[in-house]
Design a protein around this ligand. Structure first.
Ligand code: SF4
Length: 382
């Protein structure tokens, strides 16, 4: 039986485990479907930033030099700065600044504050960061309003220190401590430039009491397939109905390419996860999401350790303003009149779907997932 959706907004975020720390969701799905995905889909174009800056401190780091070697190999020009300040982007309009920022990669060192990890429920015990920013153009982007300034992608050069720092957050009294690496970036979208998620996967492969979790909308998984992950990483793919992926997630891999990537990761022995987000009741949403779930079932037609995370669309007043400046023609529904206000402990609020709509979405997805993936684990619905 698929585990039911939690009654509270989420259940635990922790990987389910038995006394040996082995995931209980490893049993094969009961239902099987013969065909593999029809085609590999349309891959995302590998990002080639127009402007790359390497700060002086970042250039001194071993990983900073590794990134520079990758840039050289890809024929991407860069400027090594004399200090650690990045130049101003200088766009004359918001749209121009946005365009410039989305074409800019900065190689910097993460500040010391980044080494003081914070919890990230329900996804994991701790969040750590390989980078901040992302080259894609999702019109609901989670980073809008949570990262200050123009959306430049900053990749961290002091990666070795970042990974070693994680060791001090592994709880020796618990079988497993989980770490989330994609709160502020899509690590696979910049992997060809940084190699950072590969190194993180290998680092966690040597940590039997820790598990890495990360999520992507990209599909270039080749470099990950032969890594020594030792089952310590759960690779999650963000999925949505075609209506959303085609209209609202520019710059990412299409749905079929993501499914194909997920299949390949699972074949390489990774634990995998489907992050269904952001869920939204567009016209004919049931048909759209049923199609997505069915294609996922067909892509994973073998024994696989699979989890689901379900996140509905939400926005804050601040993120709405930024997103409407970036994407003035978006088809996303930002009408507060059709939403409920949800307050948080910081006395701010976000707009979520009203209770009846949330209940309908939760019940529908619970039933449809149960029907197709009886052995999978639904970690939370929010
Ligand atoms: S992939 Fe994630 S971080 Fe990147 S633009 Fe889309 S929502 Fe934002």
């Amino acid at each position: 039986m698929a585990r039911p959706l939690s009654k509270a907004p989420h259940i635990s975020g922790r990987e389910p485990e038995n006394a040996e720390g082995i995931s209980q969701s490893a049993a094969p799905p009961v239902t099987t479907f013969a065909p593999a995905p029809r085609s590999p889909g349309k891959p995302a174009r590998l990002w080639k930033p127009k402007h790359v800056y390497v700060t002086a401190d970042a250039y001194r780091e071993e990983h900073g030099r590794r990134i520079v070697e990758r840039l050289d190999a890809l024929g991407i020009g860069y400027e090594v700065m004399k200090a650690n300040r990045l130049p101003k982007l200088g766009g004359s309009t918001t749209a121009e600044t946005y365009r410039k920022a989305k074409n800019t990669l900065a190689i910097v060192n993460a500040p010391p504050s980044a080494l003081r990890l914070t919890p990230i429920p329900p996804s994991a015990d701790w969040q750590f960061h390989l980078a901040k920013g992302c080259p894609a153009h999702c019109q609901y982007c989670y980073l809008a309003g949570s990262l200050p300034g123009a959306p430049v992608t900053r990749a961290y050069a002091n990666l070795d220190a970042i990974l070693e720092n994680n060791a001090s957050f592994i709880d020796p009294n618990r079988t497993l401590t989980t770490f989330e690496a994609s709160c502020y970036t899509d690590p696979l979208g910049i992997e060809h430039l940084t190699g950072s998620i590969s190194r993180a996967i290998e680092w966690f492969g040597g940590q039997p009491e820790a598990r890495l979790r990360w999520v992507t909308k990209y599909d270039a998984v080749d470099p990950l397939l032969d890594l020594e992950h030792n089952g310590q990483t759960r690779c999650r793919i963000s999925l949505n109905a075609e209506w959303v992926t085609r209209r609202i997630e520019a710059g990412t891999a299409d749905l079929e390419a993501r499914l194909h990537a997920m299949r390949r990761l699972a074949r390489a022995g990774y634990r995998v996860g489907a992050v269904l987000a952001p869920l939204m009741p567009f016209e004919n949403w049931r048909e759209g999401y049923a199609d997505m779930l069915q294609r996922l079932r067909e892509a994973l037609d073998f024994e696989v350790d699979l989890t689901f995370e379900l996140i509905t669309h939400r926005f804050t007043p601040g993120s709405k303003d930024i997103l409407l400046e970036w994407y003035p023609k978006t088809p996303l529904d930002f009408d507060e009149a059709r939403r409920s206000k949800k307050r948080n402990k910081f006395r701010s609020h976000k707009f979520v779907y009203p209770k009846e709509q949330m209940t309908e979405l939760k019940e529908w997805f619970g039933k449809e997932i149960e029907a197709r993936f009886p052995e999978a684990e639904v970690l939370y619905f929010t």
